[in-house]
Design a binder for this molecule. Structure first.
Ligand code: RNT
Ligand code: ZN
Length: 418
């Protein structure tokens, strides 16, 4: 390894050791943390099942950066490239529309075999897989309702799709020996103020109950539900609100998914983690960056990211939390977006692990708020960058911005040639 990286690391290690932090131990723990990379950043949420039909149903991508993946082969090629620049072993999060098949198959008819290409690839690359039914970009989702639709036929279509999705998720978990989280998000809601807020929620509850009827092996499969405050076309009312899913998940033993962009602009998911995990076994996160609204910008090293990481570390919640990413920026290189967001997530966790948590808790307990504030602020400029560089070098991935050259070469040679 490069001498400068090593000596900076050793200096940093000594500094942290003065506060009782064993940096080598931190890095050993960091290597076990898996981030679930959302496949949909790679192609602007287009998928392969209904090519060129576009994205609709409450979410949107802006930007036309060239070179996005158009086939399962290209998407896997890009994911491999991104993963080669991210330290550690991770998971890939698929959506149903990313089926790898030549068959003309609708969402309700999907089977595990339509994803065999992904399973084989995940095995070869030592990756886990997560899954999501796709309840948007489909003619049956066009009027803004899916599982809570008033028409029983449309509702049934989506129920069948979700049942199929759970079987696919369970197959992933069984094949890969690592549980798959299958997360349900649906866009259902009204643009304008509704009269009846209750009826769609009753229909959604009943649909979910039917979907979850089939028992899945918990060692292979975890069910999660994702709430939202508002969406495009559902500005005034969302059926699957936070309160709805809190109640649903708690009463049915399901996992709650918190997406950073799905709350009021000043409402932070970091502050919700400790409450939820007091009453549920697990938590799923969709780490995103909402700029003024649910804009799904690439995750940066901002205060909220650091606070999410701190909550997970300080509460010892890492074992019970599945960290997924959820952003889609079509205005920058698609591979770079994954690399930036995932490296930031890991780096934030590392920074949180480099804080003397027990000491800070002690100060707080003794009401020494002056020291608490002083130390938290000082630790912000401790040399975590040196530790990160060493971690990257040790993991055989590019150090600092070296990865950018790799992406620039890759886009010239591969992505722009598409
Ligand atoms: C939408 C949700 C959901 C989607 C993905 C594509 O607001 O955040 O998680 O982003 O399923
Ligand atoms: Zn999400």
């Amino acid at each position: 390894m490069n001498q400068a990286i090593e000596s900076s690391y050793n200096e940093a290690r000594q500094l942290y050791a003065q506060h009782g932090i064993d940096v080598d131990e931190v890095l050993r723990k960091l290597i076990d943390i898996k981030i679930s990379l959302h496949c949909w950043q790679g192609d602007d949420v287009q998928g392969f099942l209904f090519q060129d039909k576009g994205l609709s149903g409450g979410i949107a991508v802006t930007g036309k950066y060239p070179g996005r993946a158009r086939t399962p082969y290209e998407l896997r090629q890009d994911l491999e490239k991104a993963l080669s620049m991210i330290p550690g072993k991770h998971k890939v999060n698929l959506h149903a529309i990313y089926a790898d098949t030549d068959e003309q198959v609708d969402l309700s008819e999907l089977e595990p075999r339509h994803f065999q290409g992904w399973v084989d690839w995940a095995k070869q690359n030592g990756l886990g897989l997560d899954f999501n039914p796709t309840m948007f970009s489909h003619p049956k989702a066009e009027d803004g309702f899916t599982l809570s639709h008033a028409d029983p036929e449309i509702r049934q279509f989506w129920i069948e799709h979700c049942k199929a999705s759970r079987r696919i998720g369970a197959y992933f978990g069984e094949q890969l020996g690592e549980p798959c989280v299958t997360n349900l998000w649906l866009p259902d809601g009204y643009k304008d103020t509704p009269v009846d807020r209750l009826a769609p929620r009753i229909r959604l509850r009943d649909a979910l109950d039917e979907i979850f009827q089939e028992e899945m092996n918990a060692a292979h499969h975890i069910d999660a539900v994702e709430s939202k405050l508002f969406g495009i076309g559902s500005e005034s009312y969302v059926v699957g609100s936070h309160e709805f899913y809190m109640g649903y998940a708690m009463s049915r033993g399901k996992t709650i998914c918190l997406d950073s962009g799905h709350f009021h602009p000043t409402e932070m998911i970091s502050s919700k983690i400790s409450s939820i995990l007091m009453f549920t076994d697990r938590l799923l996160l969709h780490v995103s960056r909402p700029v003024r609204w649910d804009s799904d910008h690439v995750v940066t090293m901002d205060d909220e990211l650091l606070d999410i990481a701190r909550e997970l570390v300080r509460g010892h919640f890492l074992d019970r939390t599945h960290i997924g990413l959820d952003f889609f920026d079509g205005s920058i290189n698609h591979v770079a977006a994954w690399v930036i967001g995932t490296r930031n997530m890991l780096k934030a966790l590392m920074r949180a692990m480099l804080e003397p948590v027990e000491l800070l808790k002690e100060l707080e307990l003794h009401r020494d708020y002056t020291s608490r504030l002083a130390l938290v602020e000082e630790y912000k400029s401790y040399p975590f960058g040196a530790v990160w560089d060493y971690y990257c070098a040790q993991g055989g991935v590019p150090v600092r911005e070296e990865w950018l050259q790799v992406v620039k070469r890759y886009e010239q040679e591969v992505m722009f040639a598409r």
